[in-house]
Design a protein around this ligand. Structure first.
Ligand code: GLA
Length: 684
């Protein structure tokens, strides 16, 4: 398909490869690396991500020779390069010369050299050196024909996402000035009359270091916003240097899936191609469900444009308490799940398993046993298989359901110490609501709270603690135009300065939902509360609300126990040509499935009759073909009802009415593009 970015990836295949750290090995190993890469079908590698000290051993003295040689070998072999700017690891000489650039924690302790990302994002000396190094890399390699992508820094915020040092405080003040103009504006926004916090000088504002008691919530929220922006500035600084020197090469920075600390909507706006690092835990039998939501975000970040899975693990990671390997076949299904969800790449951390250092127990494409290792055997097979799936490159996922992802509400519902309950937050709600949709068989895109919603029939708002009038207006317009909205608890509570909306929740969503919340009603963990919905009862862990529906609103579910017994819990209102649901309770999966089945039914969308968490199906479409992925994430075989006569790109066979998906089985079915993407179900 035609590339849909101004700076496409110049790679005429699905990308396959991983992080490559040749500077951890002697040069004779490089030739073997390249031989085995070619054998495995590797066509893209990321380097030199952590090599600044090896490239600039002394201030201003560069040693490019080894990197020149590696890049030449890769180029000769036809392997393309995702070239890192190498700015994730400040050299020790820089830190010792400028100890003030070391990050500081909330207790005021500096974080020592000896790991990575030892920098304060706001440090002027760090920024100056980052720009200098990026420029040096771009000037040296910007016209290297093998470089197809710039890999800026690495996983911003992975280790250092917040810094509480004096330099960060100065930067925070500048950021606050830009936001509020003057001190009166800041004092008003932060509601300083509570607990006597009026500021009379900008210099009195510190980062929210540890305080005797709960900290001003608006200050905490602003610190989250500021910290994300501080890293975004650092990113933008490198983007600007690279765009100046190599305007034709796309830029990216590798995201960490659904990562709380950075507002990826804003980061994605700054780059050309979205790339993601995904590490679903093999020990968790439903980690693929969380992965699906992460990928729904990745494809949405640039409006549906294909993204690249830039890191994943061939088997075990090494940073969990217990690092369970991936059983045979699991790496394949995990990788193809990302492709199903719109990735045009399968990449790993890392190519060759390390012999020493922090990550020597992390699996790699080429394990410690070399060619004989199981991961290499599976790597080789996957490389071959991807060639058979080449037709899907550049196609787009079609989803009819979207879920609102909003960092402000995520931070607001999780950074603040004084909330009705610490159990409820955006991420937990989003995961639960997405899981229910997964069980019903509908893939889900992420979407901003302001839309655009036109591609969707159903929009889920699992929680939107902070709501402004523009968001409420966008959701209302969607329903008026025939869309179906479901809103979860503790939504529409405060504005963007954390002030409770007049009249309380759901604030600007009141007219849309037709309910008023009198009081939030969290309950004790051990209270086994229930909600009844459509003739069945479901568990309602940790949260309820005393709601008052208006006359236009239908009560569809009621609290079935506790102080709220008999009161409305789930409501529905016909809103314009569509509908608006309010789910004030939490609800176990089965309860959400029951409610969402009705939401989907009202929207005319199909839902699976039988919930099976292992089964997933997603469609990527070109102008004329639907490619429907059927994935079995479990060990038990599944029989799936499929369109007859489809071509399975995996096997080359034509389908009958049903298809067997063995343990971790995958099929990719090509059919002529239909008005609605094929909806696969389990055979009865
Ligand atoms: C992250 C980093 C990599 C590596 C992997 C290990 O994704 O970007 O450098 O540490 O984790 O899982």
């Amino acid at each position: 398909m035609a590339p849909d970015t101004a700076r496409p990836l110049r790679l005429e295949a699905l990308a396959y490869g991983g992080d490559y750290n040749p500077d951890q090995w002697s040069e004779d190993v490089w030739d073997e690396d390249i031989r085995l890469m070619l054998e495995a079908g590797v066509n893209l590698v990321s380097l030199p991500i952590f090599s600044w000290p090896q490239l600039e051993p002394e201030p201003g003295v560069f040693d490019w020779s080894w990197l020149d040689r590696v890049l030449a070998k890769l180029w000769d072999a036809g392997i393309r390069i995702d070239l890192a700017t190498a700015t994730a690891t400040p050299p020790s000489w820089l830190l010792r010369a400028h100890p003030e650039m070391m990050p500081m924690d909330a207790d005021g302790h500096r974080l020592e050299f000896g790991s990575r990302q030892t920098y304060c994002p706001s440090s002027p000396v760090w920024r100056e050196n980052v720009a200098r190094m990026t420029r040096a890399m771009a000037e040296r390699y910007g016209d290297h024909p093998g470089v197809v992508l710039w890999h800026i820094s690495n996983e911003y915020g992975d280790h250092t996402s917040r810094c509480w040092c004096p330099e960060s405080a100065r930067h925070f003040r500048r950021w606050l000035r830009d936001r509020y103009g003057d001190l009166d504006g800041l004092n008003e926004a932060w509601g300083v009359n509570v607990w006597g916090q009026r500021y009379t000088s900008w210099d009195h504002i510190e980062t929210p270091r540890r305080a005797p008691g709960p900290i001003n919530p608006t200050k905490l929220l602003d610190f989250e916003r500021f910290s994300s922006d501080a890293l975004l500035e650092l990113f933008q600084l490198e983007v600007d240097v690279l765009r100046e020197i190599t305007p034709e090469i796309p830029v990216t920075t590798n995201f960490m899936s659904m990562f709380r600390d950075l507002d990826y909507w804003r980061f994605a706006d700054a780059e050309d191609i979205v790339t993601d690092d995904a590490y679903p835990d093999p020990a968790d039998p439903i980690s693929h469900v969380g992965a699906a939501l992460n990928y729904g975000l990745m494809r949405a970040l640039k409006g549906g444009q294909p993204w690249l899975l830039l890191e994943s693990s061939a088997s075990a990671t090494s940073w969990r308490d217990v690092n369970v390997p991936k059983a045979p076949g699991k790496m394949r299904v995990d990788s193809l799940q990302a492709v199903a969800h719109g990735s045009d790449a399968v990449m790993f951390f890392q190519w060759r398993q390390a012999k020493y250092g922090q990550e020597k127990f992390h699996s790699s494409m080429l394990g410690h046993r070399g060619e004989a290792s199981r991961t290499y055997q599976e790597t080789k097979a996957l490389g071959q298989e991807l060639k058979r799936l080449e037709a899907v490159r550049g196609t787009r996922v079609r989803s009819r359901v979207a879920l609102v992802v909003d960092w402000d509400s995520w931070w607001g519902s999780s950074a603040i110490e004084s909330l009705p309950s610490q159990r409820l937050n955006w991420a937990r709600q989003a995961r639960a609501w997405h899981r229910a949709m997964h069980l019903l068989g509908q893939p889900v895109d992420a979407v901003r709270a302001t839309g655009p919603f036109d591609a969707y029939d159903v929009v889920l708002v699992p929680n939107l603690y902070i709501v402004d009038t523009a968001q409420a207006a966008a959701l209302t317009a969607f329903a008026d135009g025939g869309g179906h909205v479901a809103v979860g608890p503790f939504s529409g509570v405060v504005d963007d300065t954390e002030k409770v909306h007049d009249g309380g929740a759901p604030g600007p969503l009141r007219a849309l939902l037709g309910v008023e919340v009198d009081e939030q009603w969290p309950h004790a963990d051990e209270a086994a509360e229930r909600v009844s919905y459509a003739g069945a009862e479901y568990e309602n862990p940790f949260w309820g609300e005393w709601i008052e529906p208006d006359a236009s609103t239908e009560v569809r579910g009621r609290y079935a126990s506790g102080e709220l017994e008999g009161r409305p819990a789930v409501t529905r209102r016909s809103a314009g040509a569509g509908s608006a649901w309010y789910v004030s309770a939490i609800l176990e999966d089965a309860g959400l499935v029951a409610v969402f089945r009705d939401v989907l039914g009202g929207a005319g969308l199909p839902a699976r009759a039988e919930a099976n968490v292992d089964f997933e199906s997603v469609t990527r479409s070109s102008a004329d073909t639907d490619y429907t992925f059927a994935l079995n994430h479990g060990r038990e075989p599944l029989t799936v009802t499929v369109p007859e006569g489809a071509l399975d790109l995996v096997t080359g066979a034509t389908t009958g009415a049903t298809l067997e998906l063995g343990r971790y089985g995958v099929a990719v079915l090509a059919t002529p593009r239909a008005a609605a993407p094929p909806f696969l179900t389990l055979a009865p």
